[in-house]
Design a protein around this ligand. Sequence first.
Ligand SMILES: NC(=O)c1ccc[n+]([C@@H]2O[C@H](COP(=O)([O-])OP(=O)(O)OC[C@H]3O[C@@H](n4cnc5c(N)ncnc54)[C@H](O)[C@@H]3O)[C@@H](O)[C@H]2O)c1
Length: 267
Amino acid sequence: MATGRNHRPATRSRGIPEATVARLPLYLRALTALSERSVPTVSSEELAAAAGVNSAKLRKDFSYLGSYGTRGVGYDVEYLVYQISRELGLTQDWPVVIVGIGNLGAALANYGGFASRGFRVAALIDADPAMAGKPVAGIPVQHTDELEKIINDNGVSIGVIATPAGAAQQVCDRLVAAGVTSILNFAPTVLSVPDGVDVRKVDLSIELQILAFHEQRKAGEESEAAAGAPAPAATTPAATVQTENAGPDAAAGRKGPDGDMPAVMPA
Ligand SMILES: NC(=O)c1ccc[n+]([C@@H]2O[C@H](COP(=O)([O-])OP(=O)(O)OC[C@H]3O[C@@H](n4cnc5c(N)ncnc54)[C@H](O)[C@@H]3O)[C@@H](O)[C@H]2O)c1
């Protein structure tokens, strides 16, 4: 979904491949769950299973972090949480603005998981004057007239767009002009941004379409089997629907970070 104007090289300056970066949040989520259960250490196999990643790939990924674990003991859970959080830039607080406070924007504002992962909702912005001042998730909605000032005053570098598709590019342009350099776009449209601005796109309907593709194929296989047709070739892991993170490439049989693609896609 790259727009062409926001194309990024395959590796980051610190030499960690993008595919590894895409898996770090999966490890972090699994490690956080272990940490919450006060589990002190974890083997690469256990962690790989919890993150839904192949264990050899996990070990390779962790080697980029300089983390090799201890033979017979495994990895120190707390230290890995710290290391991965640091690598992802989560040891600092990231102020985020959400633009478009309708059904989706309000749901995102109410989601407690951002704050616990280092993302502070600094402001909620909407174009509807009737919403100005109304609290959503305890934060008063501010009018879009204030957008530039809000970005500036709060040092915001990450913006979330939850407006209708028709308004998204204009909102994006204003966010970028005000200094935002990372955008999470929920609107079903491809955004055009200058170099140096990262856009990630979330589209749940695409995920559902991919599940529909697999459902259709499974139904076809079942009816072939019922009709006595030869059994199809064994389903490969790449063709197996992942419980999450399947993306368009999964439907196309291509592999993402670990045989799948993140639900959030580069826009
Ligand atoms: N990515 C996904 O999986 C997913 C899921 C649901 C909805 N969506 C998309 O998210 C968007 C919002 O959906 P919704 O159901 O919350 O819609 P909604 O109509 O409830 O809310 C849209 C809000 O955006 C505001 N708005 C309109 N133009 C604006 C502008 N220029 N600047 C700031 N605010 C503006 C409106 O006043 C309204 O409050 C839509 O584009 C929808 O297609 C995406």
